[in-house]
Design a protein around this ligand. Structure first.
Ligand code: PGA
Length: 604
């Protein structure tokens, strides 16, 4: 089934980064001992960050000497100055080169400011430099959600070399994360070609996070094809895909292990997953499933383990048993909700919050990061202007002057930014107003739901989370369990929360329930609690979402507004449950209970 070599590592550990860094360090040490240079092909983006941190750590401990390393980076945005905050030149110095003893003259990164008329010659000379250095010993790669390696977008020729390319829609949308607006993202890049990468002696492709799971399945399981450029690596004699469990989650051997060969059908989670999968693929309710459905889908072993009628009743009852309305939710308890961003709580559990309030629980919502990167400039400008207009209304002269200065500074900066080609970093004033926008929205939304306490952590650390827990003494904690990019705010917050949670005394440990925002909602088979929403609760949830006005815009091409996404995700869960034959509600929210980690395993 898998056509490429893969290695899977546990989520929320540093094992993957350590193994890759150790491979690179061994290669360097071996070559240093033989008085030979080591030629590394390096990548940018969030994916290699943990490997770079590990290389720096080991360098500081004196375990590796980079003085004979020659590096070639994969790509750079065309026309972006090398000192721009989002340039890959800057990225490499900030995240690796400035922290190790690599020689400046040994570093090669495509230069985005190369003129169009010189580009062909420049790209050819980049290829020639790689050849002159003796070829790349180890090429590190990430993978785009469109399957690109480097900036070799879908349909890139297999025999391509370093060249100027146009970026596709998926890549442009993903780069909004750095540039803040799709209009500011460079549309072209210089990239090594597919053949340049294939010529490397060893290739290590890393993918982490469930947002990469779909493309990893295609790259690894489909025959090499131009739609998914990373699939060409299957033809390389020494290429390995290093995956965390999240990015490997859609591989057939993980998602449908029974297709791979005999499985242990006594595992109850596997039984439910298999029955749900069968209901979804055959489009029959669970009650309607027949022996033949199991046979043709290679699950005959399951109905040998558990008789069909018993199995169907068991899975249906289990699903119904997860439906948790007010009568089974906590009553008069202390509930702490930890949200990475200010809108995450309402998006994932706006209905459950209403039920918890109705059950007379004491709720505190704590927002972990300011999330200023996701506020558009004009939204911040509007808030600053409102502040000034209020001062003018009340006639406070000293405030009027200060607010006028703030509006002027912000407006001037925004206009300068608009006139710039690829954007520029926000000033302190602008960032502060953006944080104020989000805090005001969250506070108003909490007030709307009747949540009495709302706090802003302004950057999450294990210590801060521990202090919040000690202060609120919660019986129950709700936190975001997204498994997207490990360097995203959501997953970094999860890491911090789990570390803080593990350090709590084992007596009176609060229950920890996870919700998801950016990843798909917990699938019913994976979830431990499905909270149904009445039509009134769903409507209130949508209104709560709209309180987060700064998030209800279209930052990326073709995306929906936040409230529309909220409506869709709730309905999606409901449709899945209807498919199984579990009816009753049009909207649900889904949670998974965190079970403390048993050494050697991961609980999320
Ligand atoms: P990412 O990008 O590491 O930021 O996800 C990977 C890539 O596009 O190659």
């Amino acid at each position: 089934m898998e056509r490429a070599k893969i290695k899977i590592f546990p989520n929320e550990t540093n094992e993957l980064a350590e193994e890759v860094a150790n491979i690179i360090i061994s290669e360097i040490n071996m070559n240093n001992a033989a008085n030979r240079p080591t030629v590394l092909g390096l990548a940018t983006g969030n994916t290699p960050l943990d490997v770079y941190r590990e290389l720096i750590r080991q360098y500081r401990e004196g375990k590796v000497d980079f003085s004979r390393v020659i590096s070639f980076n994969l790509d750079e945005y065309f026309e972006l100055p090398p000192d721009h905050e989002n340039s890959y030149n800057r990225f490499m110095f900030d995240n690796l080169f400035s922290h190790i003893n690599i020689k400046r003259e040994n570093i090669h990164i495509p230069q985005g400011l190369t003129s169009l008329k010189d580009i062909k010659e420049y790209c050819d000379s980049y290829e020639a430099s790689i050849k002159n250095a003796g070829g790349i010993d180890i090429q590190l790669l990430g993978i785009g959600r469109d399957g690109h390696i480097g900036f070799n977008e879908p349909l890139s020729p297999e025999d391509s070399r370093t060249r100027l390319v146009e970026l596709d829609k998926v890549t442009l949308n993903d780069a909004v994360r750095e540039f803040g607006d799709v209009k500011l993202v460079p549309t072209r890049a210089i990239t090594m070609g597919v053949q340049t990468i294939m010529d490397s002696k060893r290739v290590i492709l890393i993918a982490t996070g469930d947002h990469k799971a779909k493309i990893i399945r295609q790259a690894v399981e489909m025959p090499p094809n131009p739609e998914v450029v990373a699939s060409y690596l299957q033809k390389h004699t020494n290429a390995t895909f290093y995956l965390d469990q999240a990015s490997a989650s859609e591989l057939t051997r993980i998602s449908k292990p029974w297709i791979f060969g005999p499985v242990d059908w006594s595992n109850p989670r596997l039984q439910s997953r298999a029955v749900c999968y069968l209901s979804e693929t055959t489009k029959k309710s669970i009650a309607e499933l027949e022996v033949g459905d199991f046979v043709v889908n290679m699950m005959e072993g399951l109905i040998k383990e558990v008789p069909l009628a018993t199995l169907k009743t068991k899975v249906l009852n289990e699903m119904v048993g997860k439906i948790t309305s007010n009568d089974r939710l906590p009553v008069k308890k202390s509930v702490l909700i930890l949200a990475p961003h200010t809108e995450d709580d309402v998006v994932a559990m706006g209905g459950t919050i209403q039920k918890l309030i109705a059950n007379l629980n004491h709720l505190a919502c704590v927002y972990m990061t300011p999330g200023t990167g996701a506020v558009l400039d004009y939204e911040a400008q509007k808030f600053a202007m409102a502040k000034l207009i209020y001062s003018q209304h009340v006639g406070d002269k000293s405030l009027i002057q200060k607010d006028q200065d703030l509006v002027t500074a912000i407006t001037q900066h925004i206009n300068k930014k608009k006139a710039s080609r690829f954007g520029m970093p926000d000033t302190v004033e602008l960032t502060t107003i953006k944080a104020v926008v989000r805090e005001a929205e969250a506070a108003a939304c909490c007030n709307y739901f009747g949540v009495p306490q709302c706090e802003f952590m302004n950057g999450a650390t294990v210590e801060k989370v521990r202090m919040v827990i000690e202060k609120h003494k919660p019986n129950v904690i709700f936190a975001c369990g997204d498994l997207t990019d490990p360097n995203s705010a959501h997953r970094l917050c999860l890491r911090v929360i789990l570390s803080a949670y593990r350090s709590l005394p084992a007596t009176n440990l609060p229950e920890l329930w996870l919700y998801r925002v950016d990843s798909n909602e917990f699938h019913p088979a994976e979830s431990d609690m499905l909270v149904p929403l009445s039509a009134t609760e769903m409507e209130a949830k949508i209104i709560g979402t709209v309180y987060h006005q700064s998030q209800n815009y279209k930052l990326q091409l073709g995306t929906k507004q936040l409230w529309q996404k909220v409506e869709e995700r709730s309905q999606h869960l409901s449709n899945t449950l209807k498919q199984y034959g579990v009816t009753g509600y049009t909207s649900y929210e889904s949670f998974k209970k965190h079970t403390p980690i048993i050494p050697g395993t991961t609980a999320v």
